[in-house]
Design a protein around this ligand. Structure first.
Ligand code: CA
Length: 232
């Protein structure tokens, strides 16, 4: 599952360079050249991480980071600030405004990617996890594919995340609100019945593979994933 990374940078050459480098290693990239575009991208696409240039026209990267960190909808998105060499005070202020890390310009692509991976491993570990298996069902986060006994399961992105969460958290009952927090993330606000909709879709996708019984309803409590298909 590719992590979505928003790059906020007003210099077109730098923006393209970062975007190219991140594309190469398999990240999905979004671009914004100022705070206005960045706010729009954050609201529409909810990126997994933001690379924020310090010096932007109008609202600075610092102000924008503080603003995003103060909004419950975007406060959970990690931010890496790009700052110019020698601006030691800026680094400190960057971290004070809530950024998770900073990278000094000019930087090597390898360094930037390493920093991104460290933060994503900490905050969105599912992006890097290994294939998990239960009763012939294989879920591979790297290729974002699931198979039952070698046959691919046709899943939407949310159903895939749900299934992966279940396989890595077996035999425990999760309420709708805890599934929302853990699968959808803390930076989205959606109704609890949305969970039911996606559970239905997930079961429907698993049904042709006779694997739908692993996703179990626990009345009055929520849902549980169990290897033994003991029905619902
Ligand atoms: Ca700039």
């Amino acid at each position: 599952m590719a992590a979505k990374i928003l790059i906020v940078e007003d210099e077109p050459a730098v923006l393209e360079m970062i975007s190219f480098v991140l594309d190469q290693v398999g990240f999905e990239t979004l671009k914004a050249k100022d705070a206005r575009e960045a706010r729009k991208q954050v609201a529409l696409a909810l990126p997994d991480l933001i690379i924020m240039d310090w010096m932007l026209p109008g609202t600075s990267g610092l102000e924008l980071t503080r603003e995003l960190k103060g909004d419950p909808q975007s406060s959970g998105i990690p931010v890496i600030v790009l700052t110019a060499r020698g601006e030691e005070d800026d680094k400190v202020r960057g971290l004070e405004c809530g950024a998770e890390d900073y990278v000094i310009k000019p930087f090597s692509p390898r360094e930037l990617i390493a920093r991104i991976k460290v933060i994503l491993r900490r905050i969105t570990p599912h992006v890097f996890e290994e294939t998990v298996e239960a009763d012939g069902l294989h879920v591979d986060p790297a290729s974002r594919r699931a198979h039952v006994n070698g046959v691919e399961v046709d899943l939407g992105p949310t159903e895939f995340r749900l299934l992966h969460f279940f396989l890595t958290h077996r035999n425990k009952v999760y309420s709708r609100s805890s599934l929302l927090d853990q699968v959808w993330g803390t930076n989205v606000f959606i109704e609890e019945r949305t969970v039911d909709v996606h559970i239905r879709r997930l079961r429907k996708a698993l049904e042709p593979h006779a694997a739908d019984g692993m996703v179990q309803t626990v009345r009055g409590a929520g849902y549980r994933f169990s290897e033994r298909s003991t029905g619902t």
